[in-house]
Write a protein that binds this ligand. Sequence first.
Ligand SMILES: [Zn+2]
Length: 98
Amino acid sequence: MNAPAPCPFCGAELVPQSAHTPSMGWLHPPAAEPGRCPIAAGFLLRPIMFEAWNRRVEIELGFTTLDLAPVFNDKGEGRPVTASFLNACFDYVRKQTR
Ligand SMILES: [Zn+2]
């Protein structure tokens, strides 16, 4: 079994739980900065989770607007979606539904 892919949230390299038996699982190292990674504290990647962990989806998310509202697409059409823009959209929707 190869090494797991880096953490999708912070990019940290996971380390074998046991130096003698690497296939027992991999631990996420402590986060370099507090709050930088949502799974850092005590996360153990078990061998049964390995394939799912290494599966990464590469999409180019874009958005266009319809009646001033963003419409997202996975073909990269329109303007590129940034994390801050997406979070602003979630925040807006959250405020509208309270
Ligand atoms: Zn992480």
